[in-house]
Ligand binder design. Sequence first.
Ligand code: F6P
Length: 573
Amino acid sequence: MDSSFRTPEQDREFMKAWEALKQQADNTVSDRILDYFSSEPGRLGDMTASCGDLTLDYSRSAMSLKVRDELLALLKHSGLDAARKAMFGGELLNNTEQRAVLHAALRGSARPTASGLGDIIGEVDAALDSMTRVVQRLHSGSWTGFDGQPITDVVSIGIGGSFLGPEVVVEALRPDWHDGIRVHFVANVDAADILNTLEGLKASNTLFIIQSKSFTTQETLTNALTARAWFLGDASVGALDDSAEALGKHFIAVSSNVEKAQAFGIDPENILPMWDWVGGRYSLWSAIGLPIACQIGMPLFRKLLQGAAAMDEHFLTAPLEENLPALLAMIGIWYNNFKNIGNYAIIPYDQGLNDLAAHLQQVDMESNGKSVQRDGKPVFSQTGTIVWGGAGTNGQHAYHQLIHQGTRVVPVDFILPLRSRQTGRPLSERIGIEQIQKHHRMLISNCLAQSQAMLTGKSLEQARQECLNAGMNESEAEQLAPHKVIQGNKPSTTITVPEVDAFTVGQLIAMYEQRIFVQGVVWNLNSFDQWGVELGKQMCSSILPLLEGGTDASELALDPSTAQLVQAALEAN
Ligand code: F6P
């Protein structure tokens, strides 16, 4: 198994830089972020960087400019150049599965030169053409179902990377939705998920896209079988002579396992490709993005790809001091490895991006939640960070309390669209554009207030004075004031985009993908396998037969707690 991207010489320098940063962490324990603004007059400009119109202001990070420079020096010795070349050149970066990692080729920014890959660019173009054909037929109403009615509802069935990315993009781009089509997502094996979706649908107007790279994922196949039973259970379908032909008009697939998809009953003409060189969590840019294209059309899907390509280009060419993915990665390394802060929150002030954190949770935690290095040796530091978050302002009335007054530090990435696109929605005329704009001004001011409160906080004296001003006497003020103190000095970054459109969403997601890649290089991980999810899948396939009555529990060496729970489930059913 190949080891690090660092040469032995780089590795020595890397470890030296790592030790120096440890020292910096000790030296700066009592620093206050606010003080950096006075001691470092150029800080705001030096800690603002952009890729086109997307801007990152990380001046409120808990680090001096000196620490920033030392982090970038560490990165220079990390082997990033070699790793970037390997990835974009199509080398087998995923060394435990012997696979290239070429999601960047899907957006046209990788031109792989490694041998044995075949005509990747040609295959990507052909897949885009197939997507275009599907979308054109849907949008023109010429994709008709078994009884000649046009398709109005598309149900995407898939989980993990075959769900999260497409879902967040579809939700983010609601102002761009094509009128005649509504895309739905089903992921969970809990029957509630698919039943909730099917309840509002009619077989004659519904198209299912079975999204599974492997076509072996239990949840997806179970939901696909349920969808098929629902479809075939429709009285009009049941009355047909050839229900298999009808099925062919209502089920398509995106998969690299053509054989299994065909065995399910999908017309080979309607199986769009996926490839080994695209990881599931990086696949929204491939035909796995078909639900996105169905909802917003191919021109905007291509804009999404262009946004991601612009970020790739920036990632490849911008100096590290201005390189957004590199900067975000190193800010995260500083917190995770030197400040002992193991989490970060992604809080977009945009309802459509509510699920961005859920998508990036998979991308980050499935990629970098690892305990061995590329060569199988134990890691030398903490790795993957816990990612969480959700849309502002909702979180302000939920978890922001802990961010402001809790004992843990939660670095936050605030994502702020400067303009709202909601004014373009049909209802805005009836409600009045000014009223819609008012919503957005509130959204912006809330976002700015949160990051400001995290930075400045409220001192005991300010809290005491506030109590007195509210009419309390001295003793009441003394008692209440400590509860109102906000420590402040809590780090955040703010990422602004002009508005949430296909291009900026592409930029944003690619920026985080590359951030995660950079961190994987620093930690010397294979960020592109996910063996950790396998054990649960294996154990599930032994437990399931127990619940189905096919196996005797005593045949399995279950731990006592699992055995008790299996018994409880059997008794309840
Ligand atoms: O959870 C493991 C995983 O393999 C993810 O990496 C992947 O995105 C998901 O399952 C779905 O896989 P598939 O597309 O093969 O159904």
